[in-house]
Ligand binder design. Structure first.
Ligand SMILES: [Zn+2]
Length: 140
């Protein structure tokens, strides 16, 4: 980030970190800490099970999370990421809808037997070949 250290009283990073690949995640995290003078507010999906929203491109067969999330977070992940900074609190701000996401057999059946992958919206594109998807649920 092209800013001096301690440039901003507050850094707000909403729904960002879950999208960052490993190649930039640590750099961005360190950058947030470096440019923040007083406060950092982070929002991320909580305990997201990425595989439940996997999409599969019908053209190139690339499998990816339909929201382009590449990592999920637990409370401890955030505490460790910003350890030593005096984290005041971690809070859930949206009620967690809790379908049975622990049913691995259902997930296996969806992906490997029914060959179904969930798509979030009609506007997503395959991150590899950039093909658009038109159906919410695509079988292969
Ligand atoms: Zn593709």
């Amino acid at each position: 980030m092209p800013f001096s250290s301690n440039s901003f009283d507050l850094i707000l990073a909403c729904e960002l970190l879950e999208h960052l690949p490993n190649s930039v995640f640590n750099c961005v995290s360190r950058g947030i800490v470096r440019v923040a003078k007083k406060y950092i507010i982070i929002t991320v999906p909580y305990q997201e099970q990425l595989q439940w929203n996997y999409a599969r491109c019908p053209r190139c067969r690339c499998v990816f999370n339909g929201a382009y999330h590449v990592r999920s977070f637990e409370e401890n992940d955030i505490r460790l990421l910003f350890r030593g900074l005096g984290c005041v609190s971690l809070r859930g701000i949206v009620p967690i809808l809790n379908p049975d996401r622990t049913n691995g057999l259902e997930l296996f059946t969806r992906h490997h037997l029914a060959l179904e992958y969930l798509f979030y919206s009609a506007s997503i594109r395959c991150p590899l070949c950039l093909s658009p998807f038109e159906n919410r649920l695509e079988g292969i």
